[in-house]
Design a protein around this ligand. Sequence first.
Ligand code: F6P
Ligand code: MG
Length: 284
Amino acid sequence: MDNLNDILEAIKTASIQIQHLIAHGDKGKSEQQNSTGDTQLKLDIASDVIIEDIFASVPSIKQIVSEEQDEIKYLHDNGEYLIAYDPLDGSSLVDVNLAVGSIYGIYKNDFNGANIIASVYVVFGPRVEMVVCDGKKVELFRVQSDNSFKYIKDLVLNQTGKINSPGSTQQCWYPHHKAMIEDMFKDGYILSYSGGMVPDLHHILLNGGGLFSYPGATDKPKGKLRQLFEVFPFALIFQTAKGDAIDGQKSLLEVPTTHIHDTAPCFFGSNKEIDIVKKYYAKR
Ligand code: F6P
Ligand code: MG
């Protein structure tokens, strides 16, 4: 990850500032909505500004696009990397003091699943942790009292886990999806769902397995989670950690992106749970 070091350092600097913002910043709503129609919190906007300002001084970054913005921004013509990021995923959870996170997907050539080369996410919970994936390994770091990031361990999933983390509104689930989730609970899986994608997926990665799903449903046939900012970065992490990430059938990184804010139904997990998804989704 040597040639990505400047980007990683920029993410660390931004994360320490965002951590401070979460703890002490203004938690109110802004007057604006983002491209997907969510009312932006002042925290979303302030985190976005922090990241953009820091990325603007990194020469290797060619383009950036944020979940909070409508368009790609061009930074450095000679840069090599394109970064899509969600500055503060799950930001409405800050008010109830639950964990939130930032997600970064690093791409080459254009913003597409096939072109993601690295991803990083940061969880702001009781501790601040960062997970870095370069497509070869997935590494966990933890913020220390001097604001440095200490390497803790590599993350590798087991073949199977216990956690079932089912997103979206149950009332709107298609019958095959409902049957799958219910059968998993009958088979002994335990529920874990905070409503924050970053801590929910972090829980599965640190526990060594399980399933997180955000399916297509009657209210949102293409799911809710955004491909470039949320889905592809975690897909790279789960695949590299020896688990898998699919849209129901195929690998999520094969899903084409036609617009920067496209969403995709998504399933992240260890291999046994992803096989369960494939079985139920093939029957549909
Ligand atoms: O960015 C979207 C998000 O906040 C994710 O962090 C989370 O997984 C999802 O929405 C939760 O959505 P829902 O409340 O519909 O389950
Ligand atoms: Mg988000």
